[in-house]
Design a protein around this ligand. Sequence first.
Ligand SMILES: [Mn+2]
Length: 283
Amino acid sequence: MLSAPFVSKNWICATENFDDANWVMVGIPYDGTCSYRPGTRFGPELIRLASWGLESYSPVLDKDFQYVNFFDAGELDLPFGNRDKTLDIIKNTAKEVYAANKKWFGIGGEHLVTLPAMQACFEKYKDIAVLHFDAHADLRDDYMGEKLSHATVIRRVSDFVGMENIIQVGIRSGPKSEFDLIKKYNTLAKGINDFSKKLEKIKNRPVYLTIDLDVLDPSIFSGTGTPEPGGLSFADLLNYLKEMTGLNIVGIDVVELSPHYDLSGVSAVVAAKLIRELLLLFN
Ligand SMILES: [Mn+2]
């Protein structure tokens, strides 16, 4: 055996054993429908790299990441030019995770990767509720004629989950038609108190949490394809997540890091730290 230390390719603190894990982390390096600036295909590998700069202890949560039981499956090898086949591969992988009675933790990639994962989740949990953090509503019925796009993903999710089962946080950009839908179904939390009230209604149900990282303000998260000023701070976002303590979270994804738009590399670190806190909160 060689005695020098080697750096694992996997996430820091990930368990080696799939069978023992509660959560399965899957990198999904897909950015085929990005409407403005592509690059999210590089998100998962740079987040994984950034994870090695994290401490395993979170002072805010007073918990240590070493005791979180998650398996890092690595990155899916996807046929980039073929959207439908890509979505099939993601869905089948998520189905395997749910069939093994584990929870899905997807790392994008663009936001469309949420759709097949949530379809797989919905096949197992019919009464799923969805928590959606994003700067954008993603409620368009089509984007330039395309029904399947990162700009339509939550609308497609609503097709089977129902608009009344979606709670949104941080939405601050979109056409009036999207905001009319938001008002009609009262999906958008107006601050943290309203968020808590909305959570009351779903506290006994399985929940899928999808976080588009552009919900954060571009001043702390510039590495994304469609940045929107006026977003949450990291502390704001954590406060929302802490409100969710005790919920039955059965799936999570964190999407839309496009690391090369942030030359400082800070955005990948922000994403990695957020993922650590999510796993600590919902382990
Ligand atoms: Mn977005």
